[in-house]
Design a protein around this ligand. Sequence first.
Ligand SMILES: [Zn+2]
Length: 116
Amino acid sequence: MMPGNWEGSRRQSELPDDWAERKQFVWERDHGLCQWPMNLDTYLVHDPAQFTLDNLERCGQPARDVDHIQHGNNHDVDNLQLLCGWHHDRKSSAEGNAAKTAKRGTNRLCKHPGLL
Ligand SMILES: [Zn+2]
């Protein structure tokens, strides 16, 4: 198990001094649109570097947030993308649940077996 990197209070201070400029760059580069790859459901469990993201179909909805493609302290613009609120929330919860999901292993479907 990895030691926790979730020091929320420190995270803000780890952003680079030119963070605002980087965000501005990303907003312009991505045209203010969500960059989530629609034809790649398994995006989160793969190394994004393996893909040529330009070849992927994007969500294209108006973006809400600048997202770190790979979680961590890499604030390079190459590691930043725009996401709409829906995809950012989805990705954030997926990252937060990744560890739990990995060891849960069982699907708890709330579906009555006799209900057809
Ligand atoms: Zn989206």
